[in-house]
Write a protein that binds this ligand. Sequence first.
Ligand code: PYC
Length: 332
Amino acid sequence: MTRLHEIRVIDSHTAGEPTRLVVEGGPDLGGGPLDQRVQRFRQHFDHYRSAIVNEPRGSDAVVGALLTPPGRADCQLGVIFFNNVGYLGMCGHGTIGLIASLAHMGRLRPGSWRVDTPVGPVSTRLNADGSVEVENVVSYRKARDVVVQLAGGSIHGDVAWGGNWFFLTDAHDLTLTLPNVEALTQYAWQVRQALNAQGHPEVDHVELFSSGSAAAGSDAGVAPVEPAARPRSRNFVLCSGKAYDRSPCGTGTSAKLACLAADGKLAEGEEWLQEGLIGTSFTAHYRWKSREKGEIIPTITGRAFVTGEALLRLDERDPFCFGIRSDQSVGR
Ligand code: PYC
């Protein structure tokens, strides 16, 4: 008998970065804390991760989000994020996509919603205009001025946590624009490989930044009127699976704020504009959790749009039922 499995998903994009929310038919990970559930996902159901986000149903850029009951009593929702190669701690654009998708389904109204993730709870607010605020997990800079030896010389940057691990640097002479995406990817990948080999195996996202453009894009990609003086930067974020983030990256923006706060370059409550490579932006600010420890609680605001609703079919007669993996080709 043919084995067919169906998974119901809602697709959205947040500032250009796609999220595929699994609302039905995902793997049953049981109960308990979300960090334990993500281990079960990884150990026993990783083929579902690949089936949901990888080609032929998805692409390297898609971030999956498995809706799951929260493990904590103070949350209404739980979510586990994953991508083309593995699992994420938190995901800022994905959380905005989650809330917008559930609102689209009629499951959430404007208001506050607390979401459990494998790295801790986050607070969200769905505004009446459809924008979503995400108060992220505690973020901090772990190491300042880390030296990375590259083939062409050494560079400096910071290692910071914003729900995922980032290396942040402006040590590049590349323009952060879409036509340069291949060169940016190559450079950031080289930085990551070197950093991982040089004592920072935890870092799986690289964030290149430069001062923001004068004509920053908005979260809808439409030229906005922005006060020129608003503190800002433009970034290019290379994610763990070598895809670049089309959005300004919520966890990367959180890591960036932690570095700015530690350097005294952005005051508590001051608004920051983070542009991404394709010209979209998030606004962000932070409050101190512990000034002594350099720990902040960042809030990121953005907007997501639902792009589709689908029933994924996993037919076990299909050689690519569980996605195209790099270690697989037909006929071997
Ligand atoms: O928005 O935090 C984020 C994110 C992480 C990876 C891709 N997007």
